[in-house]
Design a protein around this ligand. Structure first.
Ligand code: GCW
Length: 704
């Protein structure tokens, strides 16, 4: 029994206004002083005796002790005492049931009464599970939960919970809005920046267990010996935190760095090159996770250059990593230059027939929606459509199309909406991922992390990293509860402040959708940088990069007909889903223009004409930002002044941008609808020509 458990026992021998001054670097791990005398006494006792059954030499156990010490000092001004005294076996027996209930990564926390003392026991099946349990306990302390009744059993249902960095070798970050890449390849492997450790700790605290440190638009140099040594150094930092490192594989690497003349996946020399490369990597990094691959997409090389399929390409690399239990995550974000087919349909058209053709250690990674991380998309029709291929859901945490690092947009509700979407009559996206047919599944988030002091740019952007991790651990978590947790750990314990910030966050997503892309509009942002409105965009030489391709406005109406009378993309969904969206008079209006080309006079459910409703929603979005500003002002005295000022300035930009979106879009669409703005609506400050003349050659995030 003793060996079966890895546990820590914490002995329990028996709010008022509070806000935090911080620059954001500590993220949600600031361990602020708890201003609650009775809980404090309780918790101080916990730290007076912490039992470890472990030999205490393990690097993860050392991290746990350091973290408990840090938190105890910071929250309660006590130095924890770690003991190795024998533990009462009957105590452990009483948590046996909880132990049985958790999986490999899970943990159980329980308060027990033993010899008239309260004791908290954390148990897990390995050291990393214990680390997760410790972070859960510290979170519960920060949330001021009563320690005498704790009974938490928690296990992640998705095996892969990872970040994808789109970080380049020169430290620019594609779609990064928070400074440079945190990975300093020049000074690695010899210099270990404290950021790497703090990054690993932050990820572990929310259950993330993998990271792809290189851009999917990949550079083969990362696979050369000099860079692999640097990757190894990072892997060593991440390992005790339970985080596996992955790399992106440039499909043409055998040519670029291997002196071969082809990268054909069926060529024996190519296969050998990848097999040798895998061996070289695993000799350095025995727990290397594997490769993430973007192939034959947006100019990246891939198997189709040799008339081979995605399955041929993926399987070749999968064969190379299989002996070491590595995996290949192959992206389904593909759409071809040549195919005139609706871009919405292309990934499904290409991947669905390959179901069953991939090796066991290949997962297909699918963006949450069929186009490209738009403010709101219907879920991707590939979810659930492949019944023999493990799937990974890809979210974009970085706000490429969502106002980047200047707009306050809490993505929790968006993540939740996708996860809860029904893929058929009986299953939602998250239920599908939780019960994967092929036994393996995951969630990836395109990171919003950079060298900015607060890691993510906007002081609220780190909430999206936090929410991603918490949902990857448990997709049933509610966005609202997650916001609440994050606020209490970062901003304040003051109830009014917490409630107000929560209201701001919870309204922010819907507001943004309204002032950018209401009623199912999509992809009408500025070319290239994707910041600000450009619904008139029609100059790029690919139809499906141009906004006019997506909204299809004309004298009759607006929207993309994806029903049987149009591209029929809707047929890629299960009939249950088709029924929800196929009829323009019953279609959920948030997706109306995703699936229907409707008249400007189309009658909406509230009785408005479509044109009037469009005006109404754009204006509501603007008013929503004003409301956020008003609420933020109300907590001026309960929030650290510097941070308050920082966010106030950003909200002012957000308001300016929301007005810009509304006025530019409505004036442009008005050239088709030929209808006036409804009475009482503010007139735009500029004419359409003015908005069309704006140009932002140095907008961030295009890093190459
Ligand atoms: O969202 C688009 C971005 C590209 C990105 C691509 C992808 C990494 O605009 O910058 O490339 O998606 O997901 O591959």
């Amino acid at each position: 029994m003793k060996n079966k458990f890895i546990y820590i026992v914490l002995f329990l021998i028996a709010a008022s206004k509070f806000s935090y001054a911080a620059d954001g670097y500590d993220l949600w791990l600031g361990y602020h002083k708890i201003n609650n005398p009775s809980l404090n006494t309780h918790y101080k006792k916990i730290f007076s005796s912490i039992y470890f059954n472990n030999k205490q030499k393990n690097a993860t156990i050392k991290i746990i002790k350091n973290e408990l010490s840090l938190a105890a000092k910071s929250m309660f001004e006590v130095n924890p005492v770690f003991t190795n005294d024998n533990i009462n076996a009957s105590l452990l027996f009483r948590i046996d049931e909880n132990y049985k209930a958790i999986n490999e990564d899970g943990y159980a926390i329980k308060t027990l009464v033993n010899n008239s003392k309260n004791q908290i026991v954390i148990t897990a099946k390995n050291e990393v599970g214990l680390l997760y349990g410790c972070f859960a306990l510290l979170r519960s302390m920060q949330m001021q939960e009563n320690p005498s009744t704790l009974n938490i059993i928690s296990s992640p249902s998705l095996k892969i919970r990872m970040l994808n960095h789109w970080d380049n070798i020169n430290r620019t970050v594609e779609r990064g809005y928070a400074g440079n890449s945190i990975f300093n390849w020049h000074t690695l492997p010899d210099y270990i920046d404290k950021r790497y450790i703090d990054y690993a700790k932050a990820n572990a605290s929310i259950g993330i267990n993998g990271t792809v440190v290189t851009n999917v638009n990949a550079n083969a140099l990362f696979l050369t010996p000099a860079y692999l040594d640097k990757v190894k150094a990072l892997a060593e930092v991440f390992r005790p935190y339970g985080i596996k490192i992955y790399l992106t594989a440039r499909f043409s690497a055998p040519i670029e760095i291997g002196n071969l003349t082809t990268a054909d996946p069926l060529d024996t020399k190519v296969k050998k090159w990848w097999a040798d490369k895998a061996k070289e990597i695993y000799d350095l990094i025995p727990d290397f996770g594997g490769f993430l691959v973007k192939a034959n997409s947006e100019g990246q090389p891939g198997p189709q250059n040799y008339n081979r399929s995605h399955a041929d390409g993926a399987n070749m690399i999968a064969d190379a990593v299989a002996p070491y239990h590595g995996i290949v995550i192959w992206r389904a974000f593909v759409y071809s230059n040549e195919t005139p087919e609706d871009r919405f349909k292309q990934a499904f058209t290409e991947f669905k027939p390959l179901d069953g053709k991939f090796n066991k250690n290949v997962l297909v990674q699918i963006k949450n929606g069929p186009i490209d991380f738009q403010p709101r998309e219907p879920f991707h029709p590939l979810f659930g459509a492949m019944t023999k291929t493990p799937e990974v859901l890809e979210f974009q945490i970085t706000q490429e199309y969502l106002g980047q690092s200047t707009h306050l947009v809490y993505e929790g509700p968006m993540f939740q909406e996708v996860l809860e979407s029904k893929i058929n009559a009986t299953q939602s996206v998250m239920e599908f991922l939780e019960n994967p047919v092929a036994g393996l599944s995951g969630m990836s988030g395109v990171a919003n992390i950079g060298t900015d002091i607060n890691w993510c740019g906007h002081p609220f952007a780190q909430a999206n990293w936090y929410a991603f991790g918490r949902l990857a651990w448990n997709p049933h978590n509610s966005a609202k509860d997650i916001a609440n947790e994050w606020i209490q750990q970062t901003w304040s314990q003051d109830k009014k402040a917490v409630d107000t910030i929560q209201n701001i966050m919870m309204a922010s997503y819907e507001n943004m959708v309204k002032y950018m892309t209401p009623i199912g509009l999509h992809h009408i942002m500025g070319n290239g940088h994707h910041y600000g409105p450009m619904p008139w965009g029609n100059t790029l030489n690919r139809a499906d990069w141009n906004p006019v391709y997506y909204h299809k406005s004309d004298a009759y109406g607006i929207g993309f007909d994806r029903t049987a009378t149009g591209s029929n993309a809707i047929a890629q969904f299960d009939p249950f889903v088709q029924n929800q969206w196929k009829d323009s008079s019953t279609c959920d209006e948030k997706f109306l223009l995703w699936f229907h080309h409707v008249s400007w006079n189309h009658k909406m459910k509230n009785g408005n004409s479509l044109w009037n409703e469009l005006c109404y929603q754009y204006n509501e979005g603007v008013m929503g930002v004003r409301q956020m500003q008003k609420q933020w002002k109300q907590i001026e005295t309960s929030i650290d002044q510097d941070q308050h000022h920082q966010v106030s300035q950003l909200l002012a930009i957000q308001l300016k941008d929301a007005i810009w979106w509304r006025d530019a879009c409505l004036q442009y669409f008005q050239t088709f609808s030929n209808q006036p703005l409804p009475k009482g609506y503010p007139l735009p400050a500029h004419d359409l020509k003015y908005y069309q003349s704006l140009n932002f050659p140095y907008a961030p995030g295009n890093g190459k």
